[in-house]
Design a protein around this ligand. Structure first.
Ligand code: IFM
Length: 466
């Protein structure tokens, strides 16, 4: 029996044309931060500020992908993936965040696109994966409305130059991280700890997305989407009313504050009320007339990044004023339960991916979904046989691909799955300490080694089945 999307739930096969891919982002892999006119982004500044990143590591060299992209594209081909999701570095293409595009930056992405085409790999381009040009942060960053306008102008210029070669455009990757980790918790660039600024940033990221989506649509872009990091949120003690309310607030701040304006054209009333003491998300000072229409511009796909579920409790906030991503929700905190976890300490919860996909599908009736990131960090080593035996990652991926298959079998229109990540890379505040790649990178020599999980994933992509 097949469901409306042509999927036969009685087998472990995926529908014909299911998209298998791998993902990366610019600052995490490119290096070459001073090459060919690139100027600093907020992540260059943050990483070069002592104490911000593990061992003060930076993305200055990262995977040196700027120079080694031909080898990396060959690795994609070895993985059997036919789709590659990567981001463009705004400070490479438009070093100050406004003005004309930098030809040398365009040339790099042009070479990369040529190489992908030669290997029959379809590009999925993300316009913003966290590397805001520093000059825009100096002018106020995402809390400032003009940043959204600059982003849309950059998107339009880039699409004019590369649009004919890129069928899938994603405006933003994980605006929750940009807004709440970057401006409230302060653990991501630019490292600010101002709750009101974070909410303003969230609104302007969404506005920038909508303005960019409209500009690309006007230019005839083929497919436009946005990628959110979503997670099911559970109360640590479901019988405790305070924990249930804390879980509702965290769900509002992590999931619904983005899903609702994008897919329903309104901020959730309870989130607006929760934030009332911080910033007026319902008022005209921040949310101008027409903003929500722009933000809810129809999309061709929604990208879902999933890693773990969240278990939330209401603590008693022993240190009032302590930076937290949970703006306006003093004492709300995540709880570790000692269950099996990855090297990030993130609980392994494949069921959470199934729940996320089915929830979004049922509650929001969104455009087609793609799992645009899923993966796991483990402390991998190259063993004397020259291999990386990362059975834990293989098992993690298998269980999450199975969860995706289960959602498909239940009628969710999920059309693709991208592993995070192609390569071990610069894992933000963790520096090079956390390895997510299907391909191991020796950061001393830049030697790449396909891990066992990569070999296994290649079998899945070729069989189009688990
Ligand atoms: O490395 C990140 C990526 O940049 C965004 N999503 C989560 C990944 C793992 O933390």
């Amino acid at each position: 029996m097949t469901n409306p999307h042509g999927h036969d739930p009685s087998t472990s096969r995926f529908p014909e044309g299911f998209v298998w891919g791998a993902a990366t982002s610019s600052y995490q892999i490119e290096g070459a931060v001073h090459a060919d006119g690139r100027l600093p982004s907020i992540w260059d500044t943050f990483a070069h500020t002592p104490g911000r990143v593990h061992r003060n590591q930076t993305g200055d060299l990262a995977d040196d992908h700027y120079h080694r992209y031909p080898e990396d594209v060959s690795l994609l081909a070895d993985l059997g993936v036919t789709h590659y999701r990567f981001s463009l570095a705004w400070p490479r293409l438009q070093p100050e965040g406004y003005g004309p595009l930098n030809g040398a930056g365009l040339d790099f992405y042009s070479r990369l696109l040529d190489s992908l085409r030669e290997h029959g790999i379809t590009p999925w381009v993300t316009l913003y994966h966290w590397d805001l040009p520093q000059s825009l942060e100096d002018a106020g960053g995402w809390p400032r409305r003009e940043t959204a306008e600059h982003f849309a102008a950059y998107a339009a210029l880039v699409h004019q130059r590369l649009g004919d070669r890129v069928p899938h455009w994603t405006t933003l990757n994980e605006p929750w991280c940009s807004a709440f980790l970057g401006y409230a918790a302060g653990i991501h660039a630019p490292g600010r700890t101002d709750g009101a600024a974070a909410v303003r940033a969230a609104h302007h990221l969404l506005l920038g997305h909508g303005l960019a989506a409209r500009a690309l649509r006007e230019q005839g872009a083929r497919e436009i989407g946005v990628t959110l990091n979503l997670a099911p949120v559970e109360a640590a003690e479901p019988d405790r009313a305070a924990d249930r309310d804390a879980a509702r607030r965290a769900d509002g701040l992590m999931n619904r504050i983005f899903l609702d304006p994008l897919l329903r054209g309104a901020y959730p009333a309870d989130v607006v009320a929760d934030l009332a003491d911080v910033v007026d998300l319902g008022g005209a000072g921040l949310v101008h007339d027409g903003d929500l229409d722009v933000i809810s511009t129809p999309l061709d796909f929604l990208g879902v990044n999933y890693y773990t579920r969240l278990v939330i409790r209401q603590g008693d906030d022993p240190k009032p004023g302590r930076p937290t991503p949970w703006v306006g929700a003093a004492g709300v905190e995540t709880v570790g339960r000692g269950l099996p976890a990855t090297a990030m300490g993130w609980e392994i919860a494949p069921d959470g991916l199934h729940r996320t996909l089915t929830r979004v599908w049922r509650e929001y009736g969104p455009p087609p979904l793609y799992v645009t990131e899923n993966g796991a960090a483990y402390d991998d080593e190259v063993t004397p046989d020259g291999r990386v035996h990362d059975e834990q990652r293989r098992a993690y991926l298998e269980s999450h691909i199975a969860a995706t298959h289960r959602a498909l079998a239940e009628g969710v229109d999920v059309r693709g799955y991208f592993v995070w990540s192609l390569l071990d890379n610069f894992e933000w505040a963790y520096g090079y300490a956390k390895r997510f790649g299907l391909v191991h990178v020796d950061f001393e020599t830049q030697r790449r080694t396909m891990k066992d999980s990569g070999r296994w994933f290649a079998e899945i992509t070729r069989a189009n089945a688990l």
